[in-house]
Design a protein around this ligand. Structure first.
Ligand code: PLP
Length: 391
């Protein structure tokens, strides 16, 4: 396991790599090896740490990695990761040769980026590998009219008829907009639209090695599709469900990998009617024990959790009181606790638990956003339950 940089603060996220392993290998078994898994590790592995998650996912059966930015792909390569990487987002043509030099597959998101692609391909590196994105209803990136595929195919044929195009059509894919919802009618429309693109390729006798559609929510809804041979697994690899429906329908359980911890930095007894923090939005109702924690909104602990959320100390739940500051926040305690007593902001203590979903619900957002927004200055610690050690 990789060594951590030294750190001095008492706030950290602990990432359970066994949970990542469990989640990926559960999908691997579910897919019966008929489809490969792309572990989606964009946005620094949804805030969990891209390199560590990528290594664990690959050890658990994933064969591909998915990122949004070329910078993210380069970080993985510089860490020595050799697995195929797909850059799923837009990349300006002028950087295509850099993707080639790092052996990163790119996504072609429109005809325009393909028209004069030859100008941007370097002859010095191995072929520029690309996946063509089809917009079947997400409204984001990709070809959105079938006629565009005809134009695309004729351009592709023109390039490949030349002697050394140094270009490889490696995949075609789409992305679902509503796979996590119970009503699957729009999902089915997206699939049938995509089917038409795939059929068109078959008519033209163009074989691309990878055809993929599914995100976490779509995986078990697209089993019947014979041609799909890769899935893009994001949120569920981290142990989070894309929606309550998916939680009910998924035939196996996921394990949440991410927990968040800190320690009390000060505990004091405060008189009745004393205001706490900026704006004095909380006032003690009687003599109260108030604890200060070294975590704030600059760490990504959203200011909207002020007077609205909880922490766990010695298996008990205590409210955040007053406004969350940039680096600190205050909690109301039931008694005196010593300085440095451990505090859990996400995770379990005894029979109490604060889940990422609880925080997301309080903030009226989705679970994806919570670990993603946890700032870089919160160190990530990695452990394996099987090794029973924190490194
Ligand atoms: C193109 C693409 N594929 C796959 C994923 C993974 O989705 P999820 O995290 O819902 O599994 C994402 C994430 O947003 C994505 O943008």
């Amino acid at each position: 396991m990789r060594k951590q940089a030294p750190y001095y603060r008492q706030t950290w996220a602990a990432i359970n790599l066994d949970a990542i392993h469990h989640n990926v290998s559960s999908y691997y078994q579910f897919l019966k090896k008929e489809r490969e898994i792309m572990a989606v590790v964009k946005a620094d592995g949804y805030g969990h740490g891209a390199i560590q998650v990528a290594e664990e996912a690959l050890a658990a059966g994933a064969t591909w990695l998915g990122v949004a930015l070329l910078e993210e792909a380069i970080e993985l390569r510089q860490a020595g990761i050799k697995a195929p990487i797909l850059l799923m987002g837009y990349l300006a043509n002028e950087y295509f040769s850099i993707a080639q030099s790092y052996d990163v597959s790119i996504t072609i998101t429109d005809i325009e980026s393909f028209i004069d692609i030859e100008k941007y391909i370097s002859a010095e590196h191995s072929a520029l590998r690309f996946h063509l994105k089809i917009d079947t209803g997400m409204g984001r990136l990709g070809l959105w009219e079938e006629e565009q595929l005809d134009t695309f195919i004729s351009l592709y044929k023109k390039y490949t008829q030349r002697s050394h195009p140094n270009l490889m059509w490696e995949g075609i894919f789409t992305h679902f907009a509503t796979a996590d919802e119970r009503d699957q009618s729009f999902l089915e429309r997206q699939i049938s639209k995509f089917n038409e693109y795939v059929a068109r390729l078959q008519q033209e006798k163009i074989t691309v090695p990878y055809i993929h559609l599914s995100n976490s929510a779509g995986i078990f809804r697209t089993e019947a599709l014979q041609y799909a041979n890769l899935v893009r697994l994001g949120i569920s690899m981290y142990g989070l469900y894309p929606s309550a429906n998916v939680r009910e329908e998924l035939p196996f359980q996921l394990q949440e990998a991410f927990t968040l911890h800190t320690k009390l930095s000060l505990v004091k007894k405060v008189d009745s009617h004393v205001g706490i923090s900026y704006g004095l939005t909380y006032r003690t109702k009687k003599e109260e024990w108030i604890g200060t924690l070294p975590i704030g909104y600059a760490d990504g602990w959203d200011r909207n959790l002020s007077n609205a959320s909880y922490v766990l100390i010695q298996g008990k739940r205590f409210p955040i009181v007053g406004r969350i500051c940039m680096d600190q926040l205050m909690v109301r305690l039931d008694q005196e606790y010593s300085r440095d007593t451990p505090v859990t902001l996400i995770g379990k203590q005894g029979d109490q638990e604060i889940k990422i979903d609880d925080i997301a619900n309080t903030l009226n957002t989705i679970n994806y956003e919570i670990p993603c927004k946890l700032a870089k200055r919160v160190p990530r610690m990695y452990y394996k339950e099987s090794q029973n050690e924190k490194q």
